[in-house]
Design a protein. Structure first.
Length: 148
């Protein structure tokens, strides 16, 4: 029996939906994770080196398998956003913590998260991730300078 879905804290904000998505991964909460997705057969997800997942059932199945091994420590480091009245596209540099025999290591992924404004608020309709280049990972450690 499925637990009742927990509503998102602020479904009127794409940023809140994105925060809930990454928090659900950290907590290993598949129900909260799926609440972030639109309830539409056309939603799509592609993980690095993974298959093209189409529809909530396929997406849930793969995330369920991933979370069966424990939580996912994924931290969005840089986010570039493009938002219109009914769509928000977030280009994200993610840092993943991977536990190895030598201890924790970090890997970097570039992801595009696409949100659409639905009757239930902002929901994820596409997540596409690819391994980041070494240059993108190096850019994280460079100091950011702001001139005023």
């Amino acid at each position: 029996m499925r637990k009742p879905a927990v509503p998102l804290a602020n479904p009127g904000d794409a940023d809140a939906t994105e925060a809930a998505f990454y928090e659900a991964l950290r907590q290993g909460d598949i129900d909260q994770l799926m609440q972030c997705w639109a309830d539409d057969d056309e939603v799509v997800c592609v993980h690095p080196g993974g298959a093209w997942l189409l529809g909530p059932a396929a997406i849930r199945s793969v995330f369920d398998a991933m979370l069966a091994n424990g939580t996912l420590r994924i931290e969005p480091l840089k986010v570039h956003k493009l938002q219109t009245l009914s769509a928000s596209v977030h280009s994200v540099l993610e840092r993943l913590e991977v536990v190895t025999d030598e201890g924790p290591r970090h890997a970097y992924v570039l992801a595009t998260n696409v949100y659409h404004l639905t009757a239930q608020g902002w929901r994820l309709v596409a997540h596409h991730a690819s391994p980041a280049t070494s240059q993108a990972a190096q850019d994280v450690s460079k100091p950011q300078f702001v001139l005023h």
